[in-house]
Design a protein around this ligand. Structure first.
Ligand code: SF4
Length: 130
């Protein structure tokens, strides 16, 4: 178990998981980070649907980490509509990955996004705006 896992700092990861390469890269990056055992991926669509249990769980987290695929920022806007803010927000297309309506993606692209998220989680304790 990592030190972060052992601490009381609960971080939840959310991905837009949209129907494009960048949406799926967002999803893959969140899955990869979850598999590392440091932070837990949680159901973004449950929050977007404003199901009380999902919103409550997200609200209780010490950090909410949102990974949006593109500048439309569906995930961030859904969280705002649910009355939640994010401590970390990453947009895949801001990292030099072009959006396309296909699902081709590489491990390098996923690693680039996961690395950017990890860096922000560790270096930037609070950045509710982006
Ligand atoms: S943020 Fe972009 S990639 Fe993600 S669901 Fe919205 S439009 Fe699709």
């Amino acid at each position: 178990m990592s030190e972060r896992c052992a601490s009381n700092d609960s971080t939840l990861l959310f991905a837009c998981s949209g129907g494009s390469n960048v949406g799926q890269i967002a999803n893959d990056a969140a899955v990869a980070l979850d598999k590392l055992g440091q932070d837990q991926m949680y159901c973004a669509i449950g929050v977007a649907a404003k199901f009380p249990g999902f919103v409550e769980t997200a609200a209780k987290a010490d950090k909410r980490v949102l990974i949006d695929g593109c500048e439309v920022q569906c995930l961030k806007k859904a969280f705002e509509a649910a009355g939640l803010t994010a401590e970390v927000h990453v947009i895949v297309t801001d990292l030099g990955i072009e959006k396309g309506h296909h699902f081709d993606r590489t491990q390098d692209e996923v690693a680039r996004v996961a690395g950017a998220v990890s860096k922000l989680i560790g270096v930037t304790p609070c950045c509710s705006g982006s």
